[in-house]
Design a protein around this ligand. Structure first.
Ligand SMILES: [Zn+2]
Length: 300
């Protein structure tokens, strides 16, 4: 169920102009972008006719403004009530990465968290036996992580100039949907991963049932509410990105279905649709139609 199956097929170049963030598909496709039938505040989502990637039609100015909302001292540190859950989920992901590393998991284990924010994942990685590094462009969040004793480079990954083949595992959680040049980031990750190294990414699934039903009402598509979401992957386009950058998809999973955001319905309607979403979550996971997409990519 692609969110944009009723696309208006008019070419974007004929209808839009100005300082738009995307003029071409950031996954390197040659064909033009077209407008989709999903219209957000910034304008219609754009669709690559070759790979199906959905893209924001925002301007560079709107994008940069949305990114700035990220930069708080608390960053993405989980609330007290969800801290244990965050630790559990992160530990499970790191254990999976270790299993995939296999004989390449030679100590000392080095991990890099790209977009580490205030360092919540770095703390879990350290407890799991990794020697963690972070990279974070948001200076206030990066300072929080540094004050907690973590080695964090404040800036872009490329500017950190890590040596070739430094890390066993790189995590980039909720990053690639914010990027206008994802090929560049993944290529740099591949360069600094050791042979057999594992990159873990997660991102909203634009081919999910959630996106298909909620369309412009889905928070996953929101530029401003989500701190600069501009590029929306499907399992297919994420695989395309990984393979172009020298990775093999070892494992790709999607989970969760939602039919309404909590602020969009009365409590009764919300609870009813939440139960329906939970019923749909098992078949959605089996069919790669959940809205939370997680992929383990191995350097080849
Ligand atoms: Zn494309």
């Amino acid at each position: 169920m692609h969110a944009d199956k009723n696309d208006d097929r008019s070419s974007v170049s004929a209808t839009m102009s100005g300082d738009r963030l995307f003029d071409r598909c950031p996954l390197g496709c040659r064909d033009d972008l077209q407008t989709s039938a999903i219209t957000l505040t910034e304008g219609p989502l754009l669709r690559c006719t070759m790979c199906g990637q959905l893209l924001s039609s925002c301007t560079r100015g709107q994008y940069e403004l949305a990114l700035k909302k990220w930069d708080t001292s608390n960053g993405t540190t989980p609330e007290a009530q969800s801290a244990a859950r965050f630790q559990q989920v992160t530990e499970r992901r790191l254990r999976c990465a270790l299993r995939l590393l296999g004989r390449f998991a030679t100590p000392p284990l080095r991990l890099l968290d790209v977009g580490c924010s205030s360092g919540a994942l770095l703390a879990v990685a350290a407890k799991s036996g990794f020697s963690p590094n972070g990279v974070e462009i948001a200076s206030k969040a990066a300072e929080t992580a540094q004050r907690a004793g973590f080695e964090v480079f404040c800036g872009l990954l490329h500017d950190a100039r890590f040596a070739d083949e430094t890390f066993h595992v790189i995590t980039a959680f909720e990053i690639i949907e914010h990027l206008n040049a994802p090929l560049s980031l993944l290529s740099e990750c591949r360069r600094i991963l050791k042979p057999g190294g594992v990159l873990i990414v997660n991102t909203p699934n634009a081919a999910s049932w959630t996106a298909g039903v909620m369309r412009e009402c889905w928070d996953g598509f929101s530029l401003s509410a989500m701190g600069g979401h501009v590029s929306f992957f499907s399992p297919q386009s994420l695989t395309n990105l990984a393979e172009q950058c020298g990775f093999r998809v070892e494992r790709l999973e999607t989970r969760r279905v939602r039919f309404v955001e909590s602020h969009q319905a009365s409590p009764v309607v919300y609870r009813t649709l939440k139960i329906l979403g939970e019923i749909c979550s098992v078949p959605a996971s089996l069919l790669h139609r959940g809205h939370d997409m997680l992929a383990f990519l191995r350097k080849v």
